[in-house]
Write a protein that binds this ligand. Structure first.
Ligand SMILES: C[S@@+](CC[C@H](N)C(=O)[O-])C[C@H]1O[C@@H](n2cnc3c(N)ncnc32)[C@H](O)[C@@H]1O
Length: 228
């Protein structure tokens, strides 16, 4: 079972996301073990539970100090073989392919940054991989950690009801998913394409592939060039 330990100064943010729907069921089915750790429990400053300080050399904002992070990672890691991830706008872009590679890990620790980020020594000596969830700056690493856990968990065999739902979705084969329809076949005069009602699986597959290709060409031509 994949174990994910998340180190954060906002542990309460995670409950609503982890305790609903597929993520909740994945934990109940023992497909993933997700544990949240409050970074403030590891600071030497027991009185004020401080985890940040001003940057040397000046500059705006605060940085997360090395001591609480080093001690938190050491305690959480124990003697296990763990991949330590830091969520960061300067990280490698998170993609579906990246999510797949993380399903191969046994243990992940995700450090959620805050303020202006972390002391560089944490990056140099603790972090194995730095992951960005997009070219924009968020207030903290909690939302990125949730995105990563969600995308990785649903790829673990047995988590989704039907494994084929993974085969036909966006980014598989380098394409976005094409249009889909459900009942009724005629909604206020707006009709479902005939081919989908034909029962001819070969024609349906061909139609879906053409639509997926057209959709990708239109909105994400970059995917076709690089192949996700
Ligand atoms: C305000 S940001 C710090 C930004 C940092 N000063 C910079 O310019 O790169 C605070 C924290 O949010 C998280 N974060 C923000 N944007 C992110 C992104 N696009 N991907 C992953 N994590 C992000 C990181 O953990 C970061 O340490």
């Amino acid at each position: 079972m994949l174990r994910v330990d998340i180190i954060t100064i906002f542990p309460d943010m995670f409950g609503p996301v982890l305790n609903e729907s597929i993520l909740k069921r994945a934990q109940e089915k023992k497909k993933v073990d997700i544990r949240i750790h409050d970074l403030r429990d590891y600071t030497d400053d027991k009185k004020h539970r401080k985890v940040d300080d001003r940057p040397f050399g000046g500059g705006p904002g605060m940085l997360m100090m090395p001591q609480p992070l080093f001690d938190a990672v050491k305690a959480v890691k124990a003697r296990r073989k763990v991949k330590v991830i830091y969520t960061s706008p300067a990280g490698k872009p998170f993609t579906q392919f990246y999510a797949k590679t993380l399903t191969k890990a046994q243990n992940l620790i995700i450090i959620c940054g805050h303020y202006e980020g972390i002391d560089e020594r944490v990056r140099e000596h603790l972090v194995d991989e730095e992951i960005s969830v997009g070219d924009y700056v968020l207030t903290g690493g909690e939302l990125p950690a949730m995105l990563i856990v969600d995308a990785v968990t649903r790829l673990i065999p047995g988590v989704l009801g039907k494994e084929e739902s993974l085969i036909h979705e966006s980014f598989e084969g380098g394409l976005l998913e094409g249009p889909q329809y459900t009942r009724p076949a005629d909604f206020r005069g707006k009709k479902v394409p005939d081919v989908l009602l034909s029962g001819n699986h070969k024609s349906i597959e061909k139609w879906r592939h053409e639509k997926a290709l057209a959709m990708t060409k239109k909105v994400r031509p970059d995917l076709l060039k690089k192949g996700v």
